[in-house]
Design a protein around this ligand. Structure first.
Ligand code: NAD
Length: 527
């Protein structure tokens, strides 16, 4: 907070809880000058932070985990207030997953970022080869509102662990999550200025960050459209980006599925966090042979779900604009012939953005709910006739974030998993990829570029530098100037000795090359 007050500010904005309309906070809407100042400060702090030994960085990660876990209830309350989600959703998805990532990197970062030895080349003997991972510099992180804490903490922790400084813009609706993250990091000993949270909306503050010329990387989580625009702008300045974008994830329930698990799993995957989960189930495809049986399992489960402030099972949606999209998709589906089996009626007397968990059947591919990201608790169940058809339907989507398959036949599960064009797949599970910090997390097609988490995800915040070391005290190399007489013949012998498919030819060429090299060395002895 201290950093923010120092910066030049133009105006303020208020955030209200979507659950009860109460004001959560009032924040400065940072303009370009304020954003540029934050980036400049991050640039100044970068050499210092890049030089802090990994043991110190890991100590801070452990301390952050302590502060966060000891005050988890307090922080979950704040996250729940600004998003409208239940406290359980905040504790499990936002706080637990962040703690797990902190623990993983505090244990593994040293090993994951250690220089890696590489194999040599017989034409260039005597060298030690390795590549090192060096921080990129100043990383700009832009985060969404649906898991407002973990989706900014995840990339920020990765970037900081790798030695970068960070300028972080939370979604304006969930500004407080960004500010508490900075507060926790600094309480745990992260020096001031190493991470700075900038507050404001996308069009002013976010845009100013993207247009800043002194960023070394942009990490963006949000909608595909905004991600595309940011990527175009970054490409013009050759700034690398990582993009975590939208999805239309499919759960496939085969005729061999444990239908109880499939019903519980897909319902959780579709409805948790009020359906506002990027890797949430958006369509349930069920083998026609078990379609009716599946419906008899999922319908009563969905009917028993209670949304509303008192019920505490399904929270409020966060954004009115998203609520309208879900309403619009439901209306469109009903107009085109779909039927509602559960839910579908918004209780207008209820305060807050509570959309009832809704199960739809008889949908067709031309409906919005089948084509576009829903990002709300509206779940179509669709029968299919063959697994090939199910996979084809799943892969028709322009998105490729995640997906799942329910089956007791693991070969069948793997068959499907290997064919889905997505960044991750769960067999007999939903949403769990994000819960394993050791697994890379990211999407393909219009769901994103690159992955974070795990070894790949930590190294993604670094530049790779290849190094060769030569310690023999030689005056020059065989082929350096002046080129030796008959150098071409030696080169030909060496190539045959190394790569010929004929073992006898390799042997005779090696002997010839040895003699030629000795002759050159002898002739050069006085040069
Ligand atoms: P959004 O794209 O509207 O906003 C995301 C962030 O970008 C916000 O901080 C916003 O202020 C900022 N922003 C908006 N316009 C900007 C601009 N012109 N320049 C710079 N920044 C700008 O997305 P959202 O509504 O916050 O989030 C929902 C979307 O995010 C969904 O599509 C969802 O699928 C996706 N999402 C993806 C993942 C993933 O890991 N793949 C995770 C969560 C959410």
């Amino acid at each position: 907070m201290k950093n923010i007050k120092k910066l030049e500010l133009s105006e303020n904005y208020s955030v209200f809880s979507p659950a009860d309309g109460q004001e959560v906070g009032n924040y400065p809407l940072m303009d370009r000058a304020a954003v540029d100042e934050a980036v400049q400060r991050a640039r100044e702090r970068f050499p210092f932070w890049a030089d802090v030994p990994m043991t110190e960085r890991r100590k801070i990660l452990r301390k952050v985990a302590s502060v966060l876990s000891e005050n988890a209830d307090y922080y979950a309350e704040i996250i729940a207030r600004e998003t409208g989600k239940t406290k359980l959703d905040a504790l499990l998805a936002d706080i637990y997953s962040t703690l797990d990532l902190l623990k993983y990197y505090s244990k593994k970062a040293n090993k994951l970022l250690k220089p890696v030895r590489a194999s040599g080349n017989p034409l260039l003997p005597g060298r030690k080869l390795y590549y090192r991972f060096e921080p990129k510099g100043v990383v700009g992180i832009i985060a969404p509102w649906n898991y407002p804490f973990t989706l900014l903490a995840g990339p920020a922790i990765s970037a900081l662990t790798a030695g970068n400084t960070v300028v972080l813009k939370p979604s304006s609706q969930t500004t407080e999550s960004g500010l508490i993250f900075q507060e926790i990091m600094e309480k745990a000993g992260l020096p001031q200025g190493v991470i700075q949270v900038i507050t404001g909306n996308g069009s002013v503050t976010g845009q100013a960050l993207v247009e800043n010329h002194d960023l070394d990387m942009i990490f963006f989580t949000g909608s595909t459209q905004v991600g595309k625009d940011i990527n175009v702008q970054a490409a013009k300045r050759l700034i690398p980006t990582m993009m975590e974008l939208g999805g239309k994830d499919v759960s496939i329930v085969t005729r061999n599925a444990n239908l109880d698990r499939a019903a519980h799993g897909t319902l959780w995957g579709g409805i948790t966090n009020s359906g506002q989960t990027c890797i949430g189930t958006e369509l349930i495809l069920v083998d026609r042979a078990v379609y009716d049986a599946f419906l008899t399992k999922i319908v009563p489960l969905a009917k028993n779900l209670k949304s509303g402030r008192e019920a505490g099972q399904v929270g409020s949606m966060t954004m009115r604009s998203q609520f309208r999209i879900v309403e619009e998709q439901l209306k469109d589906a009903l107009e085109k012939g779909a039927s509602v089996l559960v839910g579908g009626k918004v209780d207008r007397d209820q305060k807050g953005l509570y959309f009832p968990p809704t199960i739809l059947v008889d949908t067709t591919p031309d409906m919005l709910v089948r084509k576009e990201e829903t990002f709300g608790p509206l779940l179509p169940v669709i029968p299919y006739d063959s697994l090939e058809e199910a996979v084809r339907m799943a892969n028709q989507s322009e998105y490729g974030l995640s997906g799942s398959v329910f089956t007791t036949d693991m070969d069948e599960g793997r068959w499907v998993a290997n064919r889905l064009k997505t960044g991750s797949v769960n067999i007999n599970d939903v949403l769990v990829t994000y819960a394993y910090p050791s697994l890379p997390f990211g999407g393909v097609k219009k769901s994103g570029i690159g992955s974070y988490h795990g070894e790949i995800g930590l190294r993604a915040f670094t530049n790779v530098k290849s190094v060769t070391e030569f310690g023999w005290n030689l005056k020059r190399e065989l082929f350096w100037y002046p080129v030796p007489e008959g150098g071409d013949k030696v080169a030909a012998s060496l190539l045959a000795a190394l790569f010929s498919g004929n073992p006898l030819r390799r042997l005779t060429s090696a002997v010839r090359a040895g003699i030629q090299v000795i002759q050159i060395a002898w002739s050069r002895r006085k040069q």
